[in-house]
Design a protein around this ligand. Structure first.
Ligand code: DLL
Length: 434
């Protein structure tokens, strides 16, 4: 399998040359790596041999990138059926680490890494951090959970690989986070945007000015968020905030990262991942620039190759700007988070965008679904900013409902409350009481 030598210079150089490679160079590299990956999966994972044979395709049928469409998809169900280690392509003693995604229902999905996989992953996270404005020598407070979740350890190894200093706080313990932030003076912080909002509000509640903190940059992800939320966090902390994307089945954080100089969507590290955007209904490719489901094939993985993984994340592929590699538009939602109200499709982030337009409200919210007769009904429960008068709250409640009706064409109830618990990791945006 391919080695990581092409990206190790991330540590010292300003950026690696591969980030500026020509499209032709990238295509040649992706083609070569995809060939190896398809062979590796076919010969070492029984599921892939069966699935390829059933579809009547062989790794030798892959000649150029578009031939990937001949090969079968992989989804979460396949990973669950092969729980825990049935999808591993190397022997037990070659596995250096295991992670798992909790999954709200059913068995968790388990993923494995060889030492080389960890090396590649660390390099890609280091590259992501650098693209987001972190520099060697910086101190980075890591507030993603440590454990089976890939966020904490994934970021941690990347921070160390970059030559920066990791402060491994993990999630939660917000008062402790503030104390460490004050005493250790981190230059950067990483975590979920919803948790960063908690940190911001707790600082204010404790009489601290978040803009006085030592933090210069924030790298946030692991859940959908909006431009409105970016503005709240950037203005609140006085920082530059960028978006990091990834998923455990494909690697973990560091699949794509927004560059600080453009803040215009996330560069996919195409030397390690091949992205496709498909129509979620027909599973046919949509042209670059159009919205669809992201399907990813990692092309350098040893322990856990996955072919055409259906992420269920909705986004579009855009041409490169700050780097030659293509970008993903901000991931607006997962298609399983789509709410259909009287025929109109809505996503929680659409509500978030409108919530962030009102300074009486905080983007801490939940979409509560119930049945009214045979119809689905949505109540948007939103937190108000501290110290608001009942009149201001009433006004915002009325106004948001109207804004949602005008902009999105749906009727919902809005309930503005003192507190919405958005948790310490990924925020739970949908509560389904139907
Ligand atoms: O959330 C990995 C990660 C950790 C990414 C830290 C970024 C930072 P999973 O728990 O497997 O892995 O969840 C993956 O989270 O399919 C998306 O639905 C969502 N997601 C991740 N990053 C973003 C993002 C990690 N930047 C799932 N924007 C993915 C929107 C995101 N959604």
């Amino acid at each position: 399998m391919a080695s990581s030598t092409d990206i190790t210079s991330t540590i010292n150089g300003p950026q690696t040359s591969i980030e500026y490679a020509s499209r032709d160079e990238l295509t040649a590299l992706q083609t070569e790596r995809m060939k190896n990956t398809l062979r590796h999966a076919y010969y070492n994972v029984p599921h892939y041999r069966r699935a390829f044979d059933e579809k009547g395709v062989h790794p030798d049928d892959f000649k150029e990138l578009k031939d990937i469409s001949l090969f079968p998809f992989t989804d979460k169900a396949v990973l669950r059926e092969n729980y825990p280690f049935g999808m591993f392509a190397v022997q037990k003693h070659q596995i250096a680490r295991i992670h798992a995604s909790s999954g709200t229902t059913g068995r968790p999905t388990v993923v494995g890494y060889t030492r080389n996989d960890i090396e590649n992953w660390s390099n890609l996270v280091a590259r992501s951090l650098r693209a987001g404005g972190v520099r060697p020598g910086d101190r980075v407070q890591v507030t993603f959970g440590y454990g089976l979740f890939t966020g904490g350890l994934g970021l941690h190894y990347g921070v160390e690989k970059l030559g920066a200093t990791a402060i491994p706080m993990s999630g939660g313990q917000t008062d402790k986070q503030l104390e460490i932030m004050r005493d250790f003076e981190p230059d950067a912080i990483v975590g979920t945007p919803s948790y960063m909002l908690n940190v911001l509000d707790r600082m204010r509640a404790n009489g601290m000015d978040p803009r006085d903190s030592s933090i210069r940059v924030g790298i946030f992800g692991s859940e959908p968020w909006t431009e409105g939320m970016r503005k709240d966090l950037e203005d609140g902390f006085g920082i530059d905030a960028t978006d990091i994307y990834g998923l455990s089945e494909v690697m973990g954080p560091g699949v794509a990262q927004e560059c600080i100089e453009t803040k215009d969507g996330l560069t996919v590290w195409e030397d390690h991942f091949y992205p496709e955007i498909l129509d979620p209904e027909t599973l046919e490719p949509v042209p670059d620039g159009e919205l669809g489901e992201l399907v990813i094939t990692p092309i350098t993985k040893e322990a856990f190759p996955v072919i055409r993984y259906r992420t269920h994340d909705l986004t579009r592929l855009l041409p490169g700007t700050a780097r030659s590699m293509r970008r993903l538009d901000r991931i607006s939602a997962r298609n399983d988070d789509m709410i259909i109200l009287r025929g109109v499709n809505c996503f929680p982030t659409q509500f978030e965008e409108l919530i962030t337009m009102d300074k009486n409200l905080r983007p801490r919210y939940q979409c509560v679904l119930t049945k009214r007769g045979r119809m689905d009904h949505l109540t948007l429960v939103v937190e108000h900013a501290p110290g608001r008068t009942p009149e201001e709250i009433n006004y915002s409640q009325f106004n948001l409902r109207k804004l949602i009706k005008d902009r999105m064409g749906v009727t919902v109830d809005v309930d503005v409350v003192d507190q919405v618990d958005s948790g310490e990791g990924k925020a739970k945006r949908i509560v389904d009481n139907r």
